[in-house]
Design a protein around this ligand. Structure first.
Ligand code: FAD
Length: 349
């Protein structure tokens, strides 16, 4: 029996699902979302956005285009959900050597970077931060509190009666020529925003996801008194109330979402080269980043079933990438706008 007819079904409500849902609201399309809490990348993310690759001082791929869409996107969500999610946080990149200091000044001259990188060396005055070669400062960077945003967005969709809190079963989709039937729902399209859940999706699991597990600890360090993100062997991100998020690990073999003793030890070892005050670990979390072999997102329609599409592969930078990719996917589906080769899933056909 058909009970509901919508334009779209979205599977997954992490950053990708939220971005696509917002695009559908903006374009006055109807939809429902399935979410089963099987993945948690967005829920554990540090949430930082920053257009500079901090290892090499080069611009992040397409950073300007992404930020131009992302910042208003989060501002709109703050208005819509009546809360704050975007916090400005400067980044202090600790230098490892004189050579790195020189590389910093060279990078500061580049057009795309000069708005963010200050062309001077910031003397380290905090005795608990280990920075013998001092630091370079990045401005106009920040943090989205993704965990809070994702939880609030779920509550919002629940109230709107658009959220179905159950697992989506790919094996029972009835694919017709111009639409799909799923249980009692008829929709024009299904958009899969499943993160690492892609592996369970028989329509798209041929795509080369090279997922990377990440672990983070939260520490209470009352002596540290730092109001900026410290980037060294790892990052130390101030959360307020003397709490700091410390991360993150990269593990390409462990596919579980649980925090591990090895992950904690690795973070503590690295942390001991960044700060030298006492602290207590108050939280330890882990999640799987949906990273792709070529480090680019997965956007596009299924090569055979044109009612099925994907928005995935947000990798290590979902905060910046998700809103722009959602717009591009929508325009592709509704207005046949061509997707760039480097994001279109047809690059793997
Ligand atoms: C430790 C760590 C730190 C990070 N730090 C940052 C950072 O500082 N800045 C940044 O930009 N990015 C960061 N990231 C990356 C960022 O988290 C990801 O790019 C982004 O969250 C991916 O969003 P997503 O919606 O694609 O996937 P997810 O957040 O995993 O969402 C997928 C959703 O789909 C649901 N789902 C899957 N299958 C089904 C199904 N069959 N039925 C119903 N629901 C389903 C899952 O439950 C999940 O909610 C970090 C990631 C990790 C792990």
């Amino acid at each position: 029996m058909l009970l509901m007819q919508v334009d779209y079904i979205i599977v997954g409500l992490g950053l990708a699902g939220i971005a696509f849902a917002e695009e559908l609201y903006a374009q006055k399309k109807s939809f429902v979302v399935f979410e089963d809490n099987s993945q948690n990348s967005s829920l554990v993310a540090g949430g930082m956005y920053n257009p500079v690759v901090l290892k090499r001082f080069t611009p992040v791929w397409n950073a300007k285009e992404q930020l131009d869409v992302a910042i208003p996107f989060y501002e709109n969500l703050e208005k819509k959900l009546n809360d704050t999610y975007n916090y400005k946080v400067n980044i202090y990149r600790i230098f490892k050597s004189i050579e790195e200091q020189n590389n910093w000044f060279a990078a500061c001259d580049k057009i795309l970077l000069q708005d963010y990188m200050l062309p001077k060396i910031i003397k380290n005055k905090n005795k608990f931060v280990m920075a013998p070669f001092d630091a370079g400062k990045l401005i106009h960077t920040g943090r989205i509190v993704v965990n809070k945003l994702a939880k609030d967005y779920r509550s919002f969709l629940k109230e709107e009666k658009c959220l179905i809190s159950e697992s989506f079963d790919h094996t029972i989709i009835d694919i017709q020529t111009n639409c799909v039937h799923y249980k009692s729902i008829k929709a024009d399209k299904i958009i899969f925003c499943e993160g690492f859940g892609l592996k369970e999706n028989p329509f798209f699991n041929y795509l080369p996801m090279r997922e990377a597990k990440g672990e983070l600890i939260t520490i209470h360090a009352p002596d540290l008194k730092v109001a900026y993100l410290i980037k060294s062997a790892i990052f130390v991100l101030p959360l307020g109330d003397d709490l700091y998020k410390v991360g993150a690990t990269f593990n390409w073999t462990d596919k579980t979402k649980s925090p591990t003793e090895d992950g904690k030890n690795e973070l503590e070892l690295k942390l001991s080269s960044v700060i030298n005050c006492s602290y207590k670990i108050v939280d330890h979390i882990a999640g799987i980043r949906p990273t792709i072999k070529d480090r680019r997102p997965l956007v596009g329609l299924h090569h055979k079933h044109k009612s099925l599409a994907i928005l995935n592969g947000l990798g290590t930078r979902g905060v910046m990438i998700a809103p722009l990719m959602a717009k591009k996917l929508f325009q592709h589906i509704e207005n046949s706008r061509v997707l760039e080769k480097e994001i279109n899933i047809n690059r793997f056909d």
